[in-house]
Design a protein around this ligand. Structure first.
Ligand code: KIV
Ligand code: NA
Length: 266
């Protein structure tokens, strides 16, 4: 299959074809989901939660994200690979943001970066896009601002925040973003945003009218048991499958069943 580019993603919206996106943080997982035919792989800073075991995405560093992204890129042949810029790698100045985005592209080999927020990051996004680095926006529940929100509850349920989000979406399009993630907002608002901008929206907990959907791969594979938001659909119970496999191995080692005659050298 032909390599997927940011232009492919934009065209998919125009053609009414839905965009599939999943996260990955390592070579093996990236290879599996790329070969399965995913459109976009996001090296999310959710690596902080699912790979490193932190409670928030705040501790993630740019060097750690570059490491994860470089591992993913080596596993991918077809999908578009986008990596999150982590907290404090783009907020201080546009110049620092451009250096961070540039490092991510040069050192990891991703095809674009994602960063969170609206109005405060518009100038920064223009600068990164002008340098030739595609940018994906991210509005709604932006986890890097968790200490400002104080809760992971659904965002923009009030008119003022909803109005602001719609305005931010327009600004992101104008600044040159090739798409926008909408996280945990009312489906009606996500639909409105999707209708009003020409770049694709990719939703997580943002309803069926978005141009695409994204989930954290560990969540949709059922590797986590504790995280149960309304928006999550589990496509496997890998927690149970892996537990069974590990327990079978332990049993076979303890009983002496493993290794067998065929599994040793003469
Ligand atoms: O880090 C992440 O996994 C994300 C997606 C949930 C959009 O930003
Ligand atoms: Na993220």
């Amino acid at each position: 299959p032909a390599k997927i580019t940011t232009q492919t993603i934009v065209d998919m919206k125009a053609e009414g074809r839905k965009i599939s996106m999943l996260t990955a943080y390592d070579y093996t997982m990236a290879r599996i989901i790329d070969q399965a035919g995913i459109d976009v792989i996001l090296v999310g800073d959710s690596a902080s939660n699912v790979m490193a075991g932190f409670e928030t995405t705040v501790p993630m560093t740019l060097d750690q994200m570059i490491y994860h992204a470089s591992c993913v890129v080596r596993g991918v042949e077809t999908a578009l690979v986008i990596a999150d810029l982590p907290f404090m790698s783009y907020q201080v100045t546009s110049k620092e943001a451009l250096i961070s985005a540039g490092r991510m592209m040069k050192e990891a080999g991703v095809h674009g970066v994602k960063l969170e927020g609206g109005k405060p990051v518009i100038k920064t996004i223009s600068k990164i896009v002008e340098a030739g680095i595609p940018v994906m926006g991210h509005l709604g529940l932006t986890p890097q601002s968790i200490y400002k929100f104080g809760t992971y509850k659904v965002r923009a349920t009030e008119d003022e925040e909803a109005r602001q989000l719609l305005e931010d979406a327009r600004r992101l399009e104008e600044a040159g973003c090739f798409s926008i993630v909408l996280e945990k907002i009312p489906a009606k608002l996500a639909r409105r945003v999707t209708e009003e901008i020409s770049i694709p929206t990719i939703g997580i907990g943002a309803g069926a009218q978005c141009d695409g959907q994204v989930l954290v791969v560990h969540d949709m594979l059922g590797l986590n048991k504790e995280f149960n938001p309304r928006f999550l659909r589990r496509y496997a119970d890998m927690h149970a499958d892996m537990t069974d496999a590990v327990q079978s191995y332990i049993r076979d080692v303890k009983s002496g069943d493993f290794p067998s005659e065929d599994e040793q050298y003469g």
